[in-house]
Design a protein. Structure first.
Lengths: 114, 113
């Protein structure tokens, strides 16, 4: 019941920007978009999240379209260590009690090439 | 500031035995999520707990699986009478409040012989 679709895999040259797209056309008005990555079989690592506005932190930038139906994660200068599976997640609100569920899709396998 | 701690990191069980996986959330975190990951697949939500309460167990099989997060101590995911199909990596994540980002542990890898 994932609410996101992502390409299965992508390649990126080292030092170039990696742009990872995500479609979430059924997103609701107050549902946030989160990005995580998983390197090898380690625990997923939080990258960034946003609601409507574009966001930037030390790891990446998140661009969300005005209609919020899609977003793009940008790694500005990809390195070999950025090779991982990247998950785009919509945080689903429970109807009551202000609690939330995070549904992972199948993710994009990014390979950074030397 | 220790992260989310899971143990054991690796567990081997024979069919029919019980598996107990433990998760100690980050300090101050009272929300715990459990996910299962089969080889080459994404993470599947299993259960969401707050202290002493199960908020959502919709992703957990109705039989043989149970989870708890007591007032004191770690959260425990228990699998009774394990079968080969239970072989997977089980990840725990914690959050300080309902709307916070999740912080994941390194996972517990269960192998059923």
């Amino acid at each position: 019941d994932a609410k996101t679709t992502q390409p299965t895999s992508m390649d990126c040259a080292e030092g170039r920007a990696a742009n990872l797209p995500c479609n979430h056309s059924t997103i609701s008005g107050n549902e946030y978009v989160y990005w995580y990555r998983q390197i090898h079989s380690q625990g997923p690592q939080y990258i960034i999240h946003g609601l409507k506005n574009n966001e930037t932190n030390e790891m990446a930038s998140l661009i969300i379209t005005e209609d919020r139906k899609s977003s793009t994660l940008i790694l500005p200068h990809a390195t070999l260590r950025d090779t991982a599976v990247y998950y785009c997640i919509v945080r689903v609100d429970y109807s009551t009690s202000g609690t939330y569920k995070y549904i992972f899709g199948t993710g994009t396998r990014l390979k950074v090439l030397a | 500031n220790a992260g989310v701690m899971q143990n054991p990191r690796h567990l081997v069980r024979r069919r029919g035995q019980e598996a107990r996986l433990r998760c100690s959330p980050m300090k101050g975190h009272s929300h715990v999520y459990w996910y299962r990951q089969l080889p080459e697949e994404g993470l599947k939500f299993m259960v969401y707990l707050q202290k002493e309460n199960i908020i959502d167990e919709s992703g957990m099989p109705k039989e043989r699986f149970s989870a708890e997060f007591p007032k004191e101590g770690p959260s425990i995911l228990r699998i009774q009478q394990v079968v080969r199909g239970d072989s997977a990596a089980y990840f725990c994540a914690s959050s300080p409040y309902p709307s916070g980002a999740l912080f994941f542990g390194e996972g517990s890898r269960l192998t059923v012989l």
